[in-house]
Write a protein that binds this ligand. Structure first.
Ligand SMILES: O=C(CO)[C@H](O)COP(=O)(O)O
Length: 254
């Protein structure tokens, strides 16, 4: 085994309780959930975090949240704090997904505040960054990544480096209309992100890739030297899809 890849999925705003339970029960019964060959995580919507954490208790799968607020507590109607998600069993939190940046007013500043709060509470911060289609077309990918990562890490010091993973998610590669990014292109962006995070944090952070990952391209991506793991949406929403990808990647890296 050359590396222990992160392989996770966010369900986004999908599944009702019975479906969430069925996913977790199937995953908990799978051998991959007990293995040491990959670092697995599942990120349900808020209402199902506690139940998912309970069903996956005793496995090696971490459960996370898709967002959180930067404040400790207070008059923030509709928001959820770090203490609340931890209390429900979350061990990681996704911050700055492009859907939150595009539709919910997430900014580089709020991402930085949330990263700092997550680290303070002992959560693993999974920080999403990525170039838009316009930035990609204008060859501004590295400038966009530099801006977002520098901002995201601006409120933490080097002691936080084991508590942060960066997810490179080109906006143009995400979702139904996304174009899967070429593994060589992704590897090159990850190399840049490792250099940048090493400059800022003393050591390179782990960098995972997300955007139209599927059973066909997962091995080509996960075996590239600079890619520390995969963050999967649609192709992992059925437990067989997720387990199949985990299994393929583990076999390819063995
Ligand atoms: O967040 C993502 C992974 O959970 C990402 O948006 C990729 O989604 P996908 O294109 O449906 O894999």
């Amino acid at each position: 085994m050359t590396k222990t890849p992160w392989i996770g999925t966010s369900w986004k705003m999908n599944k009702v309780r019975a479906e969430a339970r069925a996913f977790c029960e199937t995953l908990a019964a799978s051998p991959v959930a007990q293995g040491h060959a990959a670092r697995l995580f599942v990120i349900p919507p808020y209402p199902y975090i506690a139940e998912a954490a309970g069903l996956l208790d005793g496995t090696r799968v971490r459960v996370g949240a898709q967002n959180m607020h930067w404040a400790e507590d207070g008059a923030w109607t509709g928001e959820v704090s770090a203490r609340m998600i931890k209390d429900c069993g979350a061990r990681l939190v996704e911050i700055g997904h492009s859907e939150r940046r595009e539709f919910f007013g997430e900014t580089d500043e709020t991402v930085a505040l949330k990263v700092s709060q997550a680290v303070r509470h002992g959560l693993l911060a999974l920080v999403c960054v990525g170039d838009t289609h316009a930035e990609f077309a204008a060859k501004q990918t590295s400038a966009a990544l530099h801006r977002q990562v520098s901002a995201a890490l601006s409120k933490v010091d080097r002691s936080a480096r084991d508590s942060i993973v960066i997810a490179y998610e080109p906006v143009w590669s995400i979702g139904e209309k996304g174009t899967p990014a070429e593994p060589d292109f992704v590897d090159a962006q990850h190399e840049l992100l490792k250099t940048l995070t090493a400059d800022l944090m003393g050591d390179p952070l782990d960098i995972v890739y997300g955007g139209s990952v599927n059973s066909q391209n997962c091995v080509a991506l996960a075996t590239r030297p600079m890619i520390d793991g995969l963050f999967i949406g649609r192709s992992a929403w059925k437990p067989e899809g997720y387990i199949g990808i985990v299994d393929s990647v583990i076999r390819a890296l063995a």
